[in-house]
Design a binder for this molecule. Structure first.
Ligand code: MG
Length: 182
């Protein structure tokens, strides 16, 4: 008898310097999308459900996601299991004593989430490891992107994420060397 297939995993995406780089300009947001973003979203959504967790404000998030849809046709606002912004973060001192936003992954244990996605089936993609200081097990760290041309992080990340999607426990899987495995 074969084992039941694991539930479809949830991929929680950071936005700023992970999927895009945005600058506030008079009248709105000047958004640059990370190279290969459209292919990345299309590829990973075949194996993962998606969600957003950003430390930015709700307005910034929604404006940026509208820009992603306009440029790629991919509507994360419609597809995301949740859209979490600054108000879902905590604001406290970091290791250097400076106040900063953190993303407390204990929030994944909420009944409405864990009933569908147990914690071992949730990954986060973020350029700031400090955001998940209490829960590195979920993290796939990407490099910070500030608009450099020729960046291939998302192009390399997609096949890696697809290669591990069926792992029963994504939390305990060693992910720090992902660039060597993708
Ligand atoms: Mg970021």
């Amino acid at each position: 008898m074969s084992l039941p297939a694991p539930v479809r995993p949830l991929l929680v995406l950071d936005l700023d310097e992970t999927l895009w780089h945005g600058v506030r300009v008079p009248g709105g947001l000047k958004l640059s999308l990370r190279p290969h973003l459209a292919e990345f979203l299309t590829a990973v959504s075949t194996a993962y459900d998606l969600a957003i967790w950003t430390a930015a404000t709700e307005d910034w998030m929604l404006e940026g996601l509208a820009g992603v849809q306009a440029a790629t046709g991919f509507d994360l606002r419609e597809r995301a299991f949740f859209l979490w912004h600054r108000e879902r973060c905590t604001f406290r001192r970091d290791a250097e004593g400076q106040f900063a936003f953190f993303k407390p992954a204990r929030k994944f244990k909420a009944r409405w989430i864990r009933g569908r996605y147990p914690p071992e089936r949730i990954l986060v993609v973020d350029d700031r490891a400090e955001n998940y200081a209490c829960s590195y097990g979920h993290l796939v760290r990407v490099s910070e992107w500030c608009g450099e041309e020729g960046d291939d992080e998302l192009q390399r990340l997609a096949p890696y994420l697809l290669s591990i999607a069926a792992e029963p426990n994504l939390r305990t899987l060693e992910k720090r060397g992902w660039r060597l495995k993708g």
